[in-house]
Write a protein of this length. Structure first.
Ligand SMILES: [Zn+2]
Length: 248
């Protein structure tokens, strides 16, 4: 009998092998430092990418996982560019949720302009609910689980963050994890075609964005999240006496 799979406290589910790094890796590093187990599940192998190929991208993802100290990195091998909330995709996600029983799932926002990102958010929301229904995918023999909470990473100014996580202590490791995906980002020796994200300015913009969201809570760097459900606050005084910025 194979050993039981460890429970993962926080699972980040994104579309392409570098998405979690670009969006939420500061938060994953912080949660790991707080003692939580963390994992990333990529929906696709990124085979539609203009640069690199699935084998290179898988190696880069493992290197980034090492830097992020992830307990697990999974890949659902959905078709890149064609991520849809199909029965097959939802069932695959339900099985991951039932196997690892995350307390919190982090994913993209459903209004993301990239269809794969938006559909990944939909698959996660649907699968989180379906995983609680004993008869959904009953043939797998996996028991139903409690529904994980979901936090959405946001990029659009049109979505107001529910909260911002202070990741000031993890900026260098985050940028190092992103740079592990060297086939995708700026490399002056690369002869591959240039893309939006391989432009020299792209990584600077990622860091500037972190600094901007940090400024909104008066810290050096932050990552913003949206939670659709009302937040249940035990102690509003403790919450509201943390550093804030009245000009946010
Ligand atoms: Zn992506």
């Amino acid at each position: 009998m194979s050993p039981p799979v460890p429970q993962i406290d926080v699972l980040a589910v994104f579309s392409h092998p570098d998405d979690a790094e670009l969006s939420v890796s500061g938060t994953l590093l912080k949660l790991k430092s707080l003692g939580y187990t963390t994992g990333v599940c990529d929906m696709t192998r990124g085979e539609m990418g203009t640069r690199g190929n699935p084998e290179i991208r898988a190696r880069e993802a493992l290197e980034a996982a090492r830097i992020l100290k992830l307990d697990v990195r999974l890949n659902l091998e959905q078709p890149d560019g064609h991520v849809w909330p199909t029965e097959e995709a939802r069932t695959a996600m339900v099985r991951v949720i039932r196997q690892y029983q995350p307390k919190v799932v982090i994913t993209a926002h459903w209004d993301d302009p990239h269809p794969d990102h938006a559909n990944t958010a939909r698959i996660v929301r649907q699968a989180a609910r379906l995983a609680t229904m004993a008869r959904y995918d009953g043939e797998s023999g996996m028991p139903a689980v409690a529904m994980p909470s979901i936090m959405h990473s946001i990029f659009s100014r049109l979505v107001v963050p529910s909260f911002i996580v202070d990741v000031s202590d993890f900026v260098d490791e985050k940028m190092q994890a992103i740079r592990s995906h060297s086939s995708q980002f700026y490399d002056e020796t690369s002869r591959e075609p240039e893309t939006r994200i391989s432009d020299k300015n792209f990584l600077e913009q990622i860091e500037h964005r972190m600094r901007y969201f940090g400024s909104l809570i008066s810290v050096a760097a932050g990552e913003p999240f949206y939670v659709r459900e009302a937040l249940n606050v035990e102690d509003p005084v403790a919450l509201l006496t943390r550093p804030m910025n009245i000009y946010s």
